[in-house]
Write a protein of this length. Structure first.
Length: 116
């Protein structure tokens, strides 16, 4: 499965990249929302996106994706250490959420939910 990881914390991005590649996934990483302009090229099966990016809220980007006919079918998993993440995920139409800090099994399990 091809995953787009949007995470501005380099350490967390590297951990996710390692875990997901080790689990057999192809991973494209980006520190900000600019990669969303390249979705036609990247063609991710799932987007794993931090909610608190440096330049924008991941939840706002999620809502944009879900309101666009061309991208609404791509599952988006929001990640954050914010205590209101479950409500944020619902409010912004995310397909799932992953609370930080997360364990390896939780990350792998949530990705498997969207395997085709």
């Amino acid at each position: 499965m091809k995953l787009l990881v949007i995470e501005d914390n380099r350490d967390i991005e590297e951990i996710m990249d390692f875990i997901l590649k080790d689990d057999g996934h192809e991973v494209v990483s980006c520190p900000d929302g600019s990669s969303l302009d390249l979705l036609d090229t990247i063609k991710p099966d799932v987007i794993l996106m931090d909610d608190k990016l440096a330049d924008v809220r991941g939840s706002a980007l999620c809502l944009q994706l879900k309101n666009n006919d061309a991208t609404k079918g791509i599952p988006v998993i929001l990640t954050s250490a914010m205590p209101d993440l479950p409500n944020t995920a619902i409010k912004y139409n995310a397909d799932a959420y992953l609370e930080k800090p997360f364990n390896i099994d939780s990350l792998i399990e949530i990705i498997k939910r969207f395997a085709k």
